[in-house]
Design a protein. Structure first.
Length: 317
């Protein structure tokens, strides 16, 4: 069925025509007119009215006449979106992700406020803001703005531009965004993200086609593989082995500052030690090590696993 909409508000019968459209939708979709009108509202007006940031996600399946999505996949989208928002909160809060938990619960924790009839989508609301700050000092405003910005770059820019941008972000940001994008691939849909903010005059929109989702997913995977996160630490080994089997390569390293680090010594480094007839002395020796974080995503659970690997070390005399 098709409905013809008037394009010009100056028509004498404009209001009557719009009333007729809403009346028809009311009967077909079997829901009250105020619900239909609510969906048409600018998200920024909804945000200002409710005192919270709003993000609407609308999706359209790439397959014709498909009007359902897997509940588990849908839940994973919400779960990974929340992880990414928490990670952004850690950056803007100037603290580690774990330490932003109290802030996240109050302002960054998202809820499903409503779903849409007639199209697939849902409206997400952040926690109510503790202060309405027109200078954008509110953490939920910063986080939602950054989230939409990253989505716009993903959907509108070239993959090379996207990779340049994502490589400049903290690893926790790119990794949680990778989980979110991975969850979107399971829905096999084109997406529209509509952000409404408290005090903002107009909404902002980002669009991400399914083909673009797949491109971005591949780019994030390559970025992690080609540019893994590495850190350098000085400290002492509590446990270490220089054999080829995984269990015998396990190490426990205590940096001068910070918690113990667990992982494995790389087979390449062990081979280098053997070729140069080097040994590893644990007692009272201080080492400078380079530790690489290797990340894998479980294709079934979409959970991310990080393994620490020592790729270089030298004794500090």
């Amino acid at each position: 069925m098709k409905l013809l909409l008037p394009l010009n508000k100056d028509y004498a019968d404009f209001e009557a025509r719009m009333f007729k459209v809403i009346y028809i939708l009311e009967k077909i979709e079997k829901r009250p007119s105020y619900e239909i009108i609510d969906v048409l509202k600018d998200t920024s007006k909804i945000a200002s009215h409710q005192g919270r940031e709003i993000i609407e996600i609308v999706l359209k399946s790439v397959y014709e006449n498909k009007y359902e999505i897997n509940a588990e996949n849908f839940g994973q989208v919400l779960k990974t979106a929340q992880k990414h928002l928490f990670a952004l909160g850690g950056v803007f809060g100037g603290k580690s992700l774990k330490k932003t938990e109290n802030i996240a619960k109050s302002e960054l924790k998202i809820s499903v406020l409503s779903t849409f009839h007639g199209s697939f989508g849902f409206r997400l609301g952040f926690g109510n803001q503790r202060q309405l700050d027109i200078e954008d000092n509110c953490i939920s405003k910063k986080v939602s703005k950054s989230f939409l910005h990253l989505l716009k770059i993903s959907g509108e820019e070239s993959i090379s531009t996207f990779r340049d941008y994502i490589s400049s972000q903290e690893k926790q940001i790119s990794r949680t965004f990778r989980l979110f994008i991975k969850s979107l691939t399971t829905l096999e849909s084109d997406f529209m993200f509509d952000w409404g903010s408290v005090g903002m005059e107009n909404e902002e929109i980002a669009r991400l086609s399914y083909s673009k989702v797949l491109e971005v997913d591949d780019a994030l995977s390559k970025e992690e593989e080609e540019n893994p996160h590495q850190i350098q630490e000085e400290g002492k080994f509590i446990k270490a082995g220089l054999e080829i089997t995984k269990d015998e390569r396990e190490f426990i390293f205590k940096p001068k500052i910070g918690d113990k680090i667990h992982g494995y010594i790389s087979t390449e480094l062990i081979q280098e030690f053997k070729e140069q007839d080097k040994s590893l002395t644990l007692k009272s020796r201080t080492y400078k090590v380079t530790i690489q974080e290797n990340v894998k995503i479980n294709e079934v659970t979409e959970e991310m696993k990080t393994t620490n690997e020592i790729i270089s070390m030298e004794e500090i005399v």
